[in-house]
Write a protein that binds this ligand. Sequence first.
Ligand code: MD3
Ligand code: FE
Length: 217
Amino acid sequence: MTADLFEGVTDIGPSCEMMAEGAILLRGFAKPVEDALLAALREIVAQAPFRRMFTPGGHQMSVAMTNCGNLGWVTDRSGYRYDGIDPESGKAWPAMPAPFRELAQRAAEEGGFHGYSPDACLINRYEPGAKMSLHQDKDEKDFAAPIVSVSLGLPAVFMFGGAKRSDKPKRYRMEHGDVVVWGGPSRLFFHGVAPLADGEHAVLGRRRINLTFRRAR
Ligand code: MD3
Ligand code: FE
């Protein structure tokens, strides 16, 4: 099922690092398919543009977001939720493109999670200064399924804590093409992203894009 995308790609050559039990860092795993990812991303954003949403507390997020797949993560004054409809357009989110799904499935497989079938992909866009405070991802129904994240564009410092908010986070630099599979005990660990440093990426310019695949329902 994932054969098409990686056909002819022999030099995947990712290094594999264990960040915590269930958390596997695959350096450069998305590099061989970056062109397909970026082409698909352009089509998604044409249908569902990036927007900076508001938290239930009324603060506007510094990260701009959109989604693809059957469900999208949204936040507004009424709370956080997964919704099949983009509130900006009133239409369904764009379908999850094959290159997205295939990459997420391949990465999950690499991390030992078989039969991964994400129904949601949250797409985060960071411009210099944008950040994501320490939080847990717990709006999903199924914590047995991992989250797969794909970093593109400018590098970011990712903060990876533990099960308690007070656990001191470790810092990891995530670069263009890096993929992480977060499952098992680490699935509910606290995490965040430090304010993005300014810079210029050869392909994406002054931005970082993060794809996070989830099984929401
Ligand atoms: C660790 N996004 O959208 S993805 C998010 O880089 C989010 O945009 C970050 O955190 C970003 O919710 C990080 C990596 C990630 C996602 C889920 C996790 C790390 C995780 C769940 C548990 C532990
Ligand atoms: Fe998160």
